[in-house]
Design a protein around this ligand. Structure first.
Ligand code: NAD
Length: 491
């Protein structure tokens, strides 16, 4: 399959996209293929000047883009979605090579979801932006209208690169904002391919701008730029806090989707035939590199032994290997630093008195020679940790899950909430009363009951506590990407 990028010196050569032109930069960053540990792409290392030009480009395109109206904007975004869908296989292959995930997963989850993000906001916001809210009160007509903000800075992480970028892009553009996007320096390839799609779709110059580079330089320049009116960031809690410290005094709008330490609670009456396969996915899909992955499983004492035995048996059946192989359920972790971090946490678990039931340190992976320098990690299950242990408190963001035992409902709710994060949780029971009671008391943005990762775009998405601020989704992204104004007319 031929990929639509330039090759220089045998490596994929990415460019920024500013005011409708593909541009080189002075410096480049090496980007590694996680499956082999080899450099495969050169990513622009954008400096202040590159970011300034991208913001200027977006600012100068704003009045035109905001003025053409939502119906025309929707036409452009639908065209981008269609062209992206036509290149599904190419994008899936590129996402896998850049991120480490199996091609099959990119083909069934990441890229189709990116297409859906674009289509869904283009379709639904044509109606939503058309409605206004009128009230007749004491001789006045009140209504509110929504306006785009101007230039939006969109900063994305490396775990679901195109999926998460498009979840920001589609509403930002539909609202009439223009954008400067910065993907992770470790996974910039599909954002670059997306710039080609915007170009081909004929989206007016300056509406979509891409600057690649490091977070501490390109990312921070975007956040600090006075003409960037809002920042939508998905990434770690530590970086989210840095961004908030810069953007809040500048009174910028912010949407922060941050880390998680998500619990599953399995009650004694849970249907284990359903719970175990789903919790295996929840723990290890995408190598456990999804912010919504489960990393703490609390199981009622009446079924604890049975659950652990079945869960470990199922974990041992997971295939880890070549992302190109359709039989691989897990590919490679995204980068070497991250692999080291995950392995360090497994060592912490041992120091903290945990028992490693399967995975790293228990078995070794047999990989073909060409993959031996890749960043592979086996799905690892740990028990016997105290709730205060590092693996029970910190976000590991890899294929590591801890199982703990509980007796009482009120006890497990307190233990599930006893972390600094509040992104999501799942509850497993056949009793509706239990589900509703527990779901209500969990301090998180999403609770799944007897399922996981069933994501309707119509539902609000976001976290509490260290997992972020704001909600996004068909209706909720309006708050992030528009400014609402009240207009009061005396009649
Ligand atoms: P990260 O915070 O290191 O980086 C995210 C993005 O921010 C990258 O593009 C990076 O270059 C940029 N960045 C880094 N420092 C910056 C700075 N000072 N200023 C501006 N930008 C900066 O996160 P990551 O390692 O790429 O991704 C993993 C994290 O993302 C995990 O914590 C995970 O839970 C979180 N995540 C959250 C969600 C969610 O929806 N809540 C979804 C996916 C991932």
């Amino acid at each position: 399959m031929s990929l639509n990028y330039n090759y220089r010196g045998g490596l994929v050569h990415l460019q920024n996209y500013v005011y409708g032109e593909f541009e080189d930069t002075e410096d480049y960053i090496d980007s590694y293929n996680p499956a082999t540990g080899q450099v495969w792409a050169k990513v622009p290392d954008s400096h202040q000047g590159d970011v300034n030009r991208a913001v200027y480009s977006a600012k100068s395109a704003f009045n035109h883009w905001a003025g053409i109206g939502y119906a025309k904007r929707a036409q452009y975004i639908m065209k981008v979605a269609k062209l992206l869908e036509k290149r599904m296989d190419e994008f899936a292959k590129a996402e896998s090579r850049d991120q480490g995930k199996p091609v099959g997963l990119a083909k069934t989850m990441d890229i189709p979801r990116a297409v859906l993000n674009l289509r869904s906001f283009a379709e639904s916001w044509t109606h939503i932006l058309n409605s206004s809210n009128t009230l007749n009160e004491i001789g006045t007509v009140n209504y509110s209208s929504r306006s785009p903000l101007g230039v939006a800075g969109l900063i994305a992480p490396w775990n679901l690169p195109l999926y998460l970028l498009t979840f920001k892009l589609a509403p930002a553009l539909m609202a009439g904002n223009t954008v400067v996007c910065k993907p992770s320096e470790m996974t910039s390839v599909t954002a670059f391919l997306l710039a080609q799609v915007f170009h081909e779709a004929g989206v007016p110059r300056g509406v979509f701008n891409l600057v690649c580079g490091y977070g501490h330089s390109a990312g921070e320049f975007i956040v600090r730029h006075p003409d960037v009116r809002m920042v939508s960031f998905t990434g770690s809690t530590a970086v989210g806090a840095k961004i908030a410290a810069i953007a809040a005094p500048m009174m910028k709008k912010m949407s922060l989707e941050l880390g998680g330490k998500n619990a599953a609670i399995v009650f004694g009456d849970a249907n284990l035939e359903r719970a175990i396969p789903t919790l295996i996915k929840a723990s290890f899909l995408n190598q456990g590199e999804i912010c919504l992955c489960t990393s703490r499983i609390f199981v009622h004492s009446s079924i604890y032994e049975e659950f652990v035995e079945k869960f470990v048996r199922a974990t041992k059946r997971i295939t880890v290997g070549d992302p190109d192989d359709p039989n691989s359920f897990m590919g490679a972790l995204n980068n070497l630093g991250h692999l080291k971090k995950v392995k360090t946490y497994i060592e912490f678990a041992k120091e903290d008195g945990g028992q490693i039931l399967c995975g790293e340190t228990v078995t070794t992976l047999n990989l073909p020679r060409e993959l031996q320098k890749g960043y592979y990690c086996q799905p690892t299950v740990i028990t016997r940790l105290q709730d205060t242990a590092r693996c029970m408190q910190d976000e590991i963001f890899g294929p590591v899950t801890c199982i703990a035992c509980f007796d009482e409902e009120h006890e497990v709710i307190a233990r599930a909430n006893n972390v600094k994060y509040g992104l999501c949780a799942s509850v497993w029971s056949e009793n509706l009363g239990t589900i509703h009671r527990v779901a209500n008391k969990l301090d998180v943005g999403t609770v799944w009951a007897n399922c996981w990762l069933v994501r309707s775009l119509d539902m609000p998405f976001g976290g509490t506590k260290g997992s972020g601020t704001g909600r996004e989704g068909t209706h909720h992204s309006l708050e992030a990407y528009t400014e609402e104004k009240t207009i009061c007319l005396k009649i």
